[in-house]
Design a protein around this ligand. Structure first.
Ligand SMILES: [Zn+2]
Length: 304
């Protein structure tokens, strides 16, 4: 189903070593490969001398050590956090303690919507609920360091607090998990929301950054074209769901089996939650009906 997006799954980067994919952008990848993280979470270093770090990564001493080694002899003045999943932000306290840097983010971890009565949050373990930024950024705010200006770009959807960061002078974007080069982003309620996510993708099409550096996977050249593929992919998935519902009332597990062909079995739950995210959006838009609140084991039918 994802064959429509020009993914690039080549990433020639050993864990916990530093490389410089473009002048002024260095990266260090954590050694946390997996079905959700690809080869690992990537921390970025912006500038030289007085630098910023984007996403210090998981609470992994080897990764924190490698990141601090990469900036030895330099001053880390700023830490930017794209979002509060456990593979992105838990290294913040250690890196802040070693560097004294100020921590910037949209805000603490939170869900996109309140839990329904009786609903348990399947994503509880993935959120870094201890995270608190020193400075909460608003959309469009610009933070200036030594040789760089970073614009905060709110991009909710993957999480409610997701923030991408545009480096104005270089015309590049640190995209976090909003847009990735190797796979589609997971949008899983209640932490994520499909309507927010689609809006955040549309928002990027009005911007002019040409290269994205994602939280997982290789740099994305021709970023605008890539985002347009991402949007088309979501619309195609929505159309598949509606097509399936056109054959009669059914549940999410049946839809996942029908439309996610060749799915890695480790991603079955995530595919179910992504489909639930579409259902919530379709119910809100009045296209699909269900009994009560949309839920992972509810029955769905075309409205009207
Ligand atoms: Zn994430």
């Amino acid at each position: 189903m994802s064959d429509d997006i020009p993914f690039d799954k080549t990433l020639d980067l050993a864990p916990d070593t530093v490389d410089e994919p473009m002048p002024g952008v260095r990266r260090v990848m954590a050694n946390n490969p997996g079905p959700f993280t690809f080869k690992g979470t990537i921390s970025y270093i912006i500038g030289r001398g007085k630098v910023a770090i984007v996403d210090p990564g998981p609470d992994d001493p080897a990764h924190i050590g490698a990141l601090l080694d990469a900036v030895r002899g330099e001053t880390v003045t700023h830490i930017f956090v794209t979002h509060t999943h456990r593979d992105h932000s838990p290294a913040v306290p250690a890196v802040k303690a070693h560097t004294g840097a100020t921590v910037y983010a949209e805000g603490p971890h939170r869900a996109s919507r309140p839990l329904h009565i009786g609903e348990h949050n399947p994503l509880d373990a993935s959120g870094d609920r201890d995270f608190r930024p020193d400075v909460m950024l608003k959309d469009g705010e610009v933070v200036t360091g030594d040789g760089w200006s970073i614009e905060a770009v709110t991009t909710p959807g993957h999480t409610a607090n997701h923030m991408a960061y545009a480096w104005k002078e270089k015309n590049v974007m640190f995209a976090g998990d909003h847009v990735m080069g190797w796979a589609t982003t997971i949008v899983a309620p209640p932490d994520g929301a499909m309507s927010d996510y689609m809006e955040s993708l549309q928002k990027l099409t009005g911007r002019d950054e040409t290269i994205y550096f994602p939280g997982h996977g290789p740099a994305i050249p021709d970023a605008q074209r890539f985002v347009s593929y991402y949007i088309l992919h979501r619309k195609a998935r929505e159309a598949s769901i509606l097509h399936r519902l056109g054959k009669g009332e059914t549940d999410i597990a049946t839809i996942v089996r029908a439309i996610y062909i060749g799915l890695d079995p480790r991603l079955t739950n995530a595919a179910g939650l992504s489909t639930l995210a579409h259902m919530e959006d379709l119910v809100t838009r009045g296209l699909v009906a269900t009994n009560g609140q949309p839920s992972i084991d509810g029955l769905y039918r075309l409205a009207g």
